[in-house]
Design a protein around this ligand. Structure first.
Ligand SMILES: Cc1cc2nc3c(=O)[nH]c(=O)nc-3n(C[C@H](O)[C@H](O)[C@H](O)COP(=O)(O)O)c2cc1C
Length: 182
């Protein structure tokens, strides 16, 4: 089964990137993508995609990378999104990536390109506690996935990861990740 891992922090070599490598080493036929490290245009609600069956006008620009990542997602059987919390939500670049799922919003359910894709979600935050820490991110990701027809299966929320190497030094949390995935 092919698995795509989307590591969605703008920070290089941080906790999300470490988490992604950990999973790639544990899951056969898996690949990591970093959609938030590349140039992407934000949705401007121009309406171009309303009747274009998934085509965004920005995807016609050579330097825009969003479509390339979504196509990888559509072809996978399983996807794992990993993202940190920035002010109770996802980082702005990842939110911009999610907003671009609007290109497929108008399609009927049976035409959605990711209707066979199941997504697991791992969210990381620095705070040690907080009932609502992950709520905004979870809702946003769930509804962006609806737009492409993918299903959010399960999520793991990890508290207390702040410095870039906190996950690398925490074997208990690494085990939580591996137990969640396997
Ligand atoms: C701009 C910014 C906002 C943040 N906001 C929060 C927050 O609201 N709550 C929280 O627990 N951690 C917050 N953090 C901490 C990150 O979630 C934490 O450092 C995480 O481990 C980063 O993951 P990464 O190493 O994969 O980038 C914030 C970090 C940054 C840079």
């Amino acid at each position: 089964m092919s698995t795509v891992i989307f590591s969605c922090s703008p920070r290089m070599n941080g906790n999300s990137a470490f988490c992604a490598s950990l999973i790639r080493n544990a899951v056969q036929d898996s690949r990591i993508f970093f959609p938030c490290r590349e140039f992407l245009q934000t949705c401007i609600a121009c309406g171009f995609c309303d009747n274009k069956k998934g085509l965004c006008k920005f995807s016609l620009q050579e330097q825009d990378t969003v479509d390339k990542f979504y196509q990888e997602l559509f072809q996978a059987e399983k996807a794992i999104f990993i993202a940190p919390i920035y002010f109770y939500h996802v980082p702005a670049t990842f939110k911009a990536f999610l907003d671009r799922s609007q290109a497929w919003f108008a399609l009927a359910q049976e035409q959605k390109p990711a209707r066979n894709v199941c997504v697991d979600l791992i969210l990381l935050g620095a705070r040690e506690k907080g009932d609502k820490l992950f709520e905004g991110a979870k809702l946003s990701i769930r509804y962006a996935l609806n737009s492409i027809g993918a299903k959010l299966e399960k999520s793991l929320c990890l508290y207390g990861l702040d410095k870039h190497d906190d996950l690398a030094g925490n074997f208990h949390k690494q085990k939580q990740v591996l137990d969640f995935i396997c």
